[in-house]
Design a protein around this ligand. Sequence first.
Ligand code: 6GU
Length: 280
Amino acid sequence: MKLDVITIFPEYFAPLDISLLGKARRAGVLDVRVHDLREWTHDRHRTVDDTPYGGGPGMVMKPDPWGEALDALAPRVPGTPSGTIPSAPGGGLPTPPVLDETSPATSEGASGPVPRLIIPTPSGRPFTQADAVRYAAEPWLIFACGRYEGIDSRVAEEARTRMPVDEVSLGDFVLAGGEVAVLVMVEAIGRLLPGVLGNADSVADDSFAPGAMESLLEGPVYTKPPVWRERPVPDILLSGHHGAIARWRRDEALRRTARHRPELLSRLAPEVLDKHDRAV
Ligand code: 6GU
């Protein structure tokens, strides 16, 4: 998988060299390139922001450096619309097709793969494990890290005329910029790539993993010693009864979900519930 990151703080991405993702990069499963947005500025101060139209606090990222960066990383295929839609009434080109999360997975055309552009923003739709699974199957992702009050809206709008664009949020809180959000998403995606995790089975048992664990939180885990500070490991885990252990784990997952995320339980699809779940 090829991964481009555009940011004004390339130093934020040093952690991608270590641990699991570092291993994936050295193994050649993951090709990450971090780009400094200021390379696509042309003024002495390498300006990337300006005051917001309509007034208000904070600054907005200027569209020009972003447009040039995206043109450089994902060159427009000759013959496709420029994306400049003249606003003059009755004039201009027909609106080009809009590519978004409902578009099919990145397709391999005659000119090679089209990247998916991912823009982290607290006003995006929630990023979930299902997105991580979908993104892990794509050949090429571009992450655009906004700062300040965000990126001029026309950047995403114009990019949508030539690649799928997803605006995604990590949750209901506000970060200072997209960099940390991108590190989070790249780790969630990277650990799903073939050959990155030691034990491929561990992915299926994850909280939120598609299948039996969809909408469930994983329960407690234990290792040796069998008694620690007078606290024994639950007997069932030492019993060797694999069926009973699986049932116990599922009951614990249901209990933990009820306690920490009650709204997830009402979302459980009937087909992922087994006939013993109701008793918990
Ligand atoms: Cl994806 N970006 C920023 N800046 N803040 C966030 C976020 C993303 N998700 C939650 N808060």
